[in-house]
Design a protein around this ligand. Sequence first.
Ligand SMILES: Cc1cc2nc3c(=O)[nH]c(=O)nc-3n(C[C@H](O)[C@H](O)[C@H](O)COP(=O)(O)OP(=O)(O)OC[C@H]3O[C@@H](n4cnc5c(N)ncnc54)[C@H](O)[C@@H]3O)c2cc1C
Length: 484
Amino acid sequence: MAGEMGRQGLGAAEQLRAALGDDMVSTDAAVIARYCQDWHGDVTSSALALLRPRSTQEVSQAVRLCAELGLGVVPQGGRSGLALGAVPDAPEAQVALSLERMDRIRSLNARDFTATVEAGVVLEAFKTKVSEAGLYFPVALGAQGTCQIGGNVSTNAGGVNVLRYGMTRELVLGLEVVLPDGRVLDLLSRLRKDNRSLDLKQLFIGAEGVLGVVTAVSFKLMPAPDQVATALLALDTLDDVIELYRVARRQCCDLMSAFEFMPASAFALAREGIPDLALPLDPAHRAYALVELSGSGLVDIEALLAQFLELAMEEGLVRDGVVAQSKAQARNIWLVREGMNEGQARRGKHLRTDLSVPLSELAAFVAEAEAAVERALPGAVCVSYGHVGDGNVHLNVLPNAAAAETVDQQIDRAKTVLNEVLDRYDGSISAEHGLGRLKKADFAARASSVHSELLERIKRAIDPASTMNPGCQFDLRVDRTGAE
Ligand SMILES: Cc1cc2nc3c(=O)[nH]c(=O)nc-3n(C[C@H](O)[C@H](O)[C@H](O)COP(=O)(O)OP(=O)(O)OC[C@H]3O[C@@H](n4cnc5c(N)ncnc54)[C@H](O)[C@@H]3O)c2cc1C
């Protein structure tokens, strides 16, 4: 049976090469391997072929042919996703389709505050081009040097600026999508207001490639914030951090662009990730908040930050703090936050989560969840941090190397324990990263039957043969003829 599938697979790969050409199709195992690994290297897989189209027409041609051959298509951007959405899981029946060669900015219109950009443009490159035009694209995240616009849209990426500008969805004006049968759905638009019919583009945002391949996106742009003030503050508890956030929300309103929480272990982890990192504050405090205000035009951001900090000190919330005096100092503060991820990665395989609960319950949730993990897994280390203003916490668990249980067993148990607490808070198992292949079972176990049925009907309506990213988000039983 395996040999039979292998022969069929080889035939399909040859057909892809014959029809699409060697420039687009690679069947070199070493090349394919590079595209079939998750960001942390925890999961490796393979695929029948790697397709790298250069235009929407080429994507359309490739997707149509894959549909005819009954092959699954796994769209890929920068492969920085953290839910295994871009990692093929059926090597003989799936191709990886990388958008990386579709990397043109089609238009940038400063007069309209809009841009239209192809899916394979790297987020950071797009942000740089936009800033050269005196404007600003606010999606900002640790992987921005790698992730691509199509991936950002397909995961509805969040990041550090969500509390001011919203998730990626809120910035999308229009999309161009290749549907599972190869047709091109052109919903590219520069209109800010358009209430004609159902807003179909919303279906493809955050869809993790299960309904089609996003080939281009038009975005809203913002005025460039020419004043940015960054502070790192030390506090006693997460409760105090959240109270500080409330004060900042009221006093600084929409000029607050980031508010991140970090735990006591932040500096130690950041130093493990970036050994020569200068520590901006005494590392002995129990909680830290990174606050950034930004604005353009006639406001005075530095003065606003100074007034806010004075108020926070008067309220007794802040124990110590540092305000960046230069861009380099601001960068150094942000490196603590980014270095934490790197430090955790160096501790080896661990549980990474991306949870959300209502802001008012965040501190209680973190305390209860950490206590539950510590009871279930003595010696494991909880690291909780995140975009606290959005009620979003990464409550990660670093397994105990000396425990009798394997790392995988500990990760599994930590996840079960955390999710049990999360369910009591009516929280989300995926605030930002999506379901991918990693969290689909946990989602399915929690979604109501009405919810699941509706999602499945939408999937079947657009992708009846389930060739778009099969195995991601759904485990659908599919009749390959397309009939229900
Ligand atoms: C260090 C680090 C920090 C991160 N910080 C954040 C953060 O703060 N906030 C956040 O939200 N995420 C964060 N992420 C996760 C990740 O960077 C984002 O999810 C990002 O948007 C993924 O983009 P990508 O191009 O790498 O997508 P990929 O990983 O390549 O793909 C992600 C999903 O989108 C699908 N997809 C990709 N391109 C297309 C396309 N053109 N059409 C259809 N489907 C497509 C894939 O099939 C997959 O399901 C972080 C990741 C890392 C490694």
